[in-house]
Design a protein. Structure first.
Length: 122
C-alpha cells in the first residue's frame, strides 16, 4: 500500500521471520507483514483491501486468473480477463466487468489505466 500522506502514516504492526523455517538453512530474515495506517483511509478500508497497486501490477494478476478492482469501484464490480476457447467468437483475451449478475466486455478508461488504487478481489 502506498501512503499518499507520508507524514500521517503510523506503523501499526510487523512480524518478522526467518527463511530457515521455509527453505531450511541460511540466516536471512524477511518481513512477513507490515501494516501502515494512513489518515486518508478508514480502518475498515485498510483491512478489507490493504494492498493496492498500479495497473501494470493488476494486469499481471488478471492474466494469472485473478479478479481485480479499484477502490473507486466501491466493491460494486470487478474486472477479469476472459480467455477465448475453441467455441469463442473472439480470438484474443479481453476484459470482462462483473457488476452484480451482469457481465459485459469493458474497455478501461485512461483514468483507470493510470490509477494506483487497484487490488486483487478475494
Amino acid at each position: 500500500m502506498e501512503c499518499r500522506k507520508p507524514n500521517s502514516c503510523k506503523l501499526l504492526s510487523w512480524t518478522t521471520g526467518s527463511l530457515d523455517s521455509i527453505f531450511g538453512g541460511g540466516d536471512a530474515s524477511y518481513i512477513v507483514h507490515i501494516t501502515a495506517l494512513c489518515s486518508s483511509l478508514s480502518v475498515s478500508e485498510l483491512y478489507s483491501n490493504p494492498f493496492t497497486m498500479d495497473f501494470s501490477q493488476a494486469l499481471i494478476e488478471a492474466k494469472n486468473g485473478k479478479k481485480i478492482a479499484r477502490k473507486q469501484f466501491r466493491d460494486t464490480c470487478y474486472v477479469f480477463v476472459q480467455f477465448p476457447d475453441e467455441g469463442s467468437a473472439n480470438t484474443e483475451p479481453y476484459f470482462v466487468m462483473q457488476k452484480g449478475e451482469k457481465r459485459f466486455p469493458v474497455d478501461l478508461s485512461c483514468e483507470s489505466i493510470f490509477a494506483d488504487d487497484w487490488y486483487v478481489v478475494t
